[in-house]
Structure formats: structure tokens, C-alpha cells
Design a protein around this ligand. Sequence first.
Ligand SMILES: N[C@@H](CCC(=O)N[C@@H](CS)C(=O)NCC(=O)O)C(=O)O
Length: 281
Amino acid sequence: MAARPKLHYPNGRGRMESVRWLLAAAGVEFDEEFLETKEQLHKLQDGNHLLFQQVPMVEIDGMKLVQTRSILHYIADKYHLFGKDLKERTLIDMYVEGTLDLLELIIMHPFLKPDDQQKEMVSMAQKAKIRYFPVFEKILRDHGQSFLVGNQLSLADVILLQTILALEEKIPNILSAFPFLQEYSVKISNIPTIKRFLEPGSKKKPPPDEIYIVKVSFGLHSTLPSLPLSLLRDNLNLHQEFDAFTTRISNIPTIRKSRQPGSQRKPPLDGHFVTLVRNIL
Ligand SMILES: N[C@@H](CCC(=O)N[C@@H](CS)C(=O)NCC(=O)O)C(=O)O
């Protein structure tokens, strides 16, 4: 029997909560190793267990996966929650990326300065109601099905429900203008695996409290080294491999062509471009 996935993260929601949601929705039992001390984190870093020195990290199928989205994609693919073909998969991916943009705001909210929290709450609610929820309301209304893509549960449904419920904890009436999303969120919540995850005693984590915020802000983050790539390269004494790699990739014909003058490759950002982007966005 394959080993159960093991999740490495502090004992709180953060970026790992989507992974917990997805495994639970897929009906997969998992274990958790909570990072409580700097020493635990250093041990993972020193043992080269974290590709980019960061968590979430999930041990699964003999791999140590990092990068939340990659972890989600792997699990979704493995448990058939990623569509039946490339088009469905891409739709699911787009919905997930949009929803994660909103979820990221919710995750970061408790870590903002108290003065900024109220302002950000208003902006978050606006974004949910104007940018994201209308999209999903329309999708559900137009196709009349119970799930976002392909008439079956997918990663997109799991992340959307997680986001809706997290936002409802802060703004209980956030779905008041979205009848299809209301019905949808009840239906998805009642899928047996998800229902179990929503019940007390599951591995779903509570909203972050003061202690968690302080612990994560000062206990873990400040100890994580953020080395620029060049320093990492120098530290690891990988000059030759690095240079050979760069040359090899640069010489792939399509890439070589794109690096030549007259190609559609853009120059480094200048002040003019920055001003242009600021004016538009
Ligand atoms: N892009 C990464 C970001 C991971 C990340 O920022 N992890 C945080 C904890 S949630 C961390 O390890 N921060 C410390 C650091 O970046 O040095 C992902 O999605 O997994």
C-alpha cells in the first residue's frame, strides 16, 4: 500500500489549506508534520528537502513537492479532479488561478497592519462581488449544471468552495446577490468527502488567531533565508554547470531566434513602460 501523503507546514491554514481541502475532497487520508520551531524548519532546509527553502511541502509518491499550485495540480491529476481533456483542464486551471488570486487576499489579510485591515476588507469584498463571483454565477446559470467544469467535481470546485466559505466567515452575506452560487455552495458542501472535512474533528484548520499570526510572522518567516539566485549559485559552487546550462538553452533554435534583434522579445522594463502600465492598471 502506498504511504499516506505527509504535509509539512505550520499548524494553520495559509497556503497549505487548499492542499488539505483537495486531499480531503479526493477522499485521501494524509499525515501532517507541523512546523513549530525554527529548528524543525532548518532541519528541512539543511537536509535539502525544500527546493526553494519554502513550505508548503508535501511528501507524496516518493517525491517532495513544493509550490502550492504544482502540488494541487499533481493531486488533482492523480485523483481525476482535473478534467477529461486539455480544454477542460485549462478551464479548470483558469478558474483556479482566478479564485486563488482572491483566496490569496484572504490568506494575507490577518497579516496586514491593523490600520490596513479594514480598508483591505472593503476592497476584498468589492473584488469578490464585482470581479470573481459574477463570473462563476454566470457559468453556473448558463450551463445549469452542479459543477463548474465537465459536470463533475474538479479542483476548481474545491478551491471555489474553500474561498467562498473563508470569505463568508468574514462577510456572512457575501453571496446575497448570487443565488446560483448559494445553491452551488450548499451542494458542493454536501458531497460526502467534503461534508466530512467540514465537520468538527477533521484536519481543516480554523481561521488564524493572534498566536498563529505572531508565530508565523516572527518565528518562521524571519528565519527563512532569501538568497538571490546568483548568491545561491556562488554558494553551491555551481558556476560551470550553470553556465553550460544557460548556453545549452540559449542555443535551442527557437530560443536563439527569439534572442536576435527584430524578434518579438521585449527589452527590459524602462520608465516609459512602467508609466504606461500604471496608467492602464
Ligand atoms: N510560490 C510559493 C510560495 C511559498 C511561500 O511563500 N511560502 C511561505 C510560507 S506560506 C514561506 O515559506 N515563506 C518564507 C520565505 O519565502 O522565505 C508557493 O505557492 O508555494
